[in-house]
Write a protein that binds this ligand. Structure first.
Ligand code: TYM
Length: 328
């Protein structure tokens, strides 16, 4: 029996990279009989960058709607909002006191932003971001964390902090493992770099059809003439298609590239149709959930109760091991 846990920040509508890198692999794992899946919306993490309350609320809705639209069964598993389990903040404090300063200073989430924006522009929340993430994971005795490649370092930090506490205070924590699907560890965005909200290069499959088509048409490609044979392996359109289509469809598109007389516009159309086909049902469900925020809130409340039951029992174990609580 394995506990599977993953989270998505409430910083926007989940994009294709979030879906392929974490959300869909998570839902697949949740369908295996022996697994317990614990998925959440990382709204506390979002505060490191997003300050507008209304935007956060809308994003929480939209991340929850995406989990639900992709088929997560909230009666079998647990879907909750991170801030609904305040125990995570207490655990973060304990973990903070065991997290070496240089390890956090080296975390890419902090290093990249502070290098780009300057130290005066980043906040302490961003610095301790990986510790809150470690608390998310350790609070539920998690075995497996399905994530994209960019989160591997955070899981390593989690393991380092947990091992250090286990070493000093006995076996309190389970050491989690990252599960990164080789094929989708870095989904490219429309400019060929890693797809990311902060790069403004995302494809949002839940978007209105016209806008979705427009973002696919903006994918940067080569500029060879129509007749010229083209190399599929360095084309973002082909790479994205390969993540969605089956082997024979991928081979058909590969051959069209190699033979020539096939333009990037046609390739984009094929990618667009594939996205519409694959996400037809999730798109409809997403819209229905977004129009019924009460149903989302009900699902989150159910998740909160279940998540807190797990969290309090682990936190009691930590408090006792560290000498907090009753003195008799
Ligand atoms: P976030 O919100 O940036 O991304 C959510 C998940 O999507 C994956 N991902 C990608 N995978 C492949 N290709 C991409 N282009 C791509 N972009 C994003 C991320 O790797 C991630 O798995 N810190 C986390 C949220 C978090 C969390 C946790 C995750 C908070 N606590 C505990 C797991 C366990 C984050 O910012 O993810």
């Amino acid at each position: 029996m394995a506990r599977i846990l993953t989270g998505i920040q409430s910083t926007g509508v989940p994009h294709l990279g979030n879906l392929l890198g974490a959300l869909e692999p998570g839902v697949k794992l949740s369908e295996q009989k022996d697994n317990t899946a614990i998925f959440f919306i990382a709204d506390l993490h979002s505060l490191t960058s997003l300050k507008e309350p209304q935007a956060r609320i809308e994003n929480i809705r939209s991340v929850a709607a995406a989990w639900l639209a992709c088929g997560f069964d909230t009666h079998q598993g647990i879907l909750f909002r991170q801030s609904d389990v305040p125990e995570v903040c207490e655990l973060t404090w304990y973990l903070n006191c065991f997290a070496p300063f240089p390890m956090l200073a080296n975390a890419h989430s902090f290093k990249d932003k502070s290098a780009k924006q300057g130290l005066s522009e980043v906040n302490a929340g961003l610095f301790t971001y990986p510790v809150l993430m470690a608390a998310d994971i350790l609070l539920y005795d998690t075995d497996i964390v399905p994530v994209g490649k960019d989160q591997i370092q955070h899981i390593e930090i989690t393991r380092d902090i947990a091992s250090s506490i286990n070493h000093q205070h006995g076996e309190i924590f389970i050491l989690p493992k990252a599960q990164v699907e080789e094929q989708v560890k870095v989904v490219p965005g429309i400019d060929g770099q890693k797809m990311s909200k902060s790069y403004g290069n995302t494809i949002n499959v839940f978007e209105e059809e016209k806008k979705l088509k427009k973002s696919i048409n903006r994918i940067i490609t080569g500029s060879e003439p129509l007749e010229a044979p083209k190399n599929p392996d360095n084309c973002t359109v082909f790479q994205l298609y390969s993540l969605l289509a089956d082997t024979s469809e991928i081979n058909t598109l590969r051959n069209a590239y190699l033979e020539g007389n096939f333009g990037y516009g046609a390739a984009k159309q094929i990618l667009f149709e594939k996205i519409m086909e694959k996400y037809e049902v999730p798109r409809q469900k997403y819209m229905t959930f977004m129009q019924n925020p009460e149903s989302i809130e009900t699902a989150l409340r159910l998740g909160q109760d279940k998540a807190r039951a797990y969290a309090t029992s682990v936190l009691d174990r930590v408090r006792e091991a560290l000498g907090f609580g009753s003195i008799i």
